[in-house]
Design a protein around this ligand. Structure first.
Ligand code: SF4
Length: 443
């Protein structure tokens, strides 16, 4: 039987899409191998969010095909024009399939031609990709939205993934039932490029709150989590859903990007600092115990020391536990790349060091504040030979937690209740007070 391997770059949506493609290709009779340097078929789901990310895709394929020149390579995902030119030069790459035909990878592999007239960028065919499990994971990602209407000045995504489209309510519920009933998943993570836009193209306002509560009606689905979400999502209905149901995880990853109003306008973000602060303060007030995470771009064109200071101040004020830092790098064909006041590399690097130090301190402070909290943790790593008597998992609030597991009884996919005791770097340790009724993953 022919063998295959899958390599995924980029976001959670890509991980979802790879899983769906994997299932279709395995249904054709391929056998998955863990060693991509010795397979007949390599499927690469690419990301080009930065220029460097696009280059890495080419480098990875070249290094694998040098070891395995007989492999056929299919590249799909966010392939920009630049990547296309770069990848077409690699003889092993037999197909380059953009996001608009990503749902046809298995068909193309069987000999169907790529469409001469490409579907509209806003085609809903992307939702033809479906999953039944999630390889190697305790929590499954469930895609409910794709594309983006926002056109932030530094971002290429709307050009590569098209406008925002929402997957319909019922297919989302059906897929969730499959993942819970057949896959044994007790937590689902709703993903999208811009989750807050879910439902808007179908004329539904505040639909996300309803969708999450409906998902929680599925027997066995204990936890529903959101991947990153815009500040505009935090309406009364949204916050009310979290207040009503403790199975909706109080972990919110809300991209800020900059604490300077001036820079936000240059980024063309669709909120003000005032909107953002008000939303995060509502979370702290109405959903106590929530963990906040964010993204920050450091050294955006025109960012002065004062702008940067405003970012530092806001990170401290809003009590983020996790901050994902990205040094700005120009993405060709975006508005920001054409701005002329780029921040010198040394200044950007210095700011990265300063903000990283602050974030470490913030994280320590916030985790220490939580000592004594009662948390529900989904076990992701069982104790093993290399980690005897130690199990690890994720709390509903998104905190990594370690437990002593002296008799090795804690099973992956089981939820346990514990009291947080102390911080070990980016994790907390906890004392178990109850073990949930779950039976763990069936795989
Ligand atoms: S919201 Fe902005 S940064 Fe996020 S995907 Fe859309 S355009 Fe890109």
């Amino acid at each position: 039987m022919p063998s295959c391997a899958f390599i995924t770059f980029g976001c959670k949506i890509n991980q979802y899409d790879t899983q769906a493609i994997r299932e279709e290709i395995l249904d054709l009779g391929y056998v998955e191998s863990r060693d991509p340097s010795a397979v007949d078929l390599l499927v690469v789901n690419s990301c080009t969010v930065t220029e460097r990310a696009g280059e890495k895709v080419g480098e990875k394929i070249r290094s694998l095909t040098r070891k395995n020149p007989a492999a056929k390579v299919i590249v799909t995902g966010c392939i920009s024009e630049d990547d296309r030119i770069r990848l077409e030069k690699i003889p092993e790459v037999v197909h380059l399939i953009g996001n608009e035909e990503k749902h046809r990878v298995a068909e193309v592999l069987q000999g169907a031609p790529l469409l001469e007239k490409k579907p509209r960028r806003n085609s809903r065919a992307i939702f033809d990709l479906k999953i039944h499990g999630f390889e190697g994971r305790t929590r499954a990602f469930l895609k409910i939205q794709d594309g983006c209407d926002s056109f932030c000045s530094y971002c290429i995504i709307p050009y590569l993934r098209g406008g925002s489209r929402s997957r319909d309510h019922e297919p989302v519920l059906q897929e969730a039932r499959r993942l819970v009933e057949d896959g044994g998943f007790r937590e689902l993570v709703l993903t999208g490029i811009h989750l807050r836009q879910w439902g808007l193209d179908r004329g539904i306002e505040d639909g996300l709150a309803r969708l999450m509560l409906d998902l929680r009606q599925i027997p066995g689905l204990d936890r529903v989590r959101l991947s990153s979400i815009g500040e505009g999502a935090f309406t009364d209905a949204f916050l009310g859903a979290f207040q009503a149901d403790s199975g909706l995880c109080r972990f919110f990853h809300v991209p800020l990007q900059s604490g300077s109003e001036r820079i936000l306008r240059r980024m063309r973000r669709d909120y003000t600092i005032e909107d953002y602060v008000a939303a995060m303060e509502r979370v702290h007030l109405q959903l106590p115990g929530s963990v906040l995470a964010t993204d920050v771009i450091v050294g955006f064109p025109g960012e002065t020391e004062e702008d940067f200071q405003q970012t530092l101040q806001l990170l401290e004020q809003l009590r983020f536990v996790k901050v994902h830092l990205f040094p700005y790098s120009p993405r060709p064909r975006t508005r920001a790349a054409r701005l002329d006041d780029h921040v010198p590399v040394e200044v950007r690097e210095q700011r990265m060091i300063r903000v990283r130090e602050l974030c470490q301190r913030l994280q320590q402070r916030e985790l220490e504040r939580r000592v004594g909290d009662r948390v529900q943790v989904l076990i992701e790593k069982e104790s093993s030979e290399d980690r005897p008597s130690a199990a690890e998992g994720l709390s509903r609030e998104g905190i990594r937690v370690q437990f002593e597991d002296l008799d090795g009884s804690l099973r992956r996919g089981t939820e346990v209740e514990g009291i947080l005791e102390q911080r070990n770097d980016q994790k907390m340790s906890a004392r178990i007070v109850a073990i949930g009724a779950g039976e763990g993953l069936q795989r």
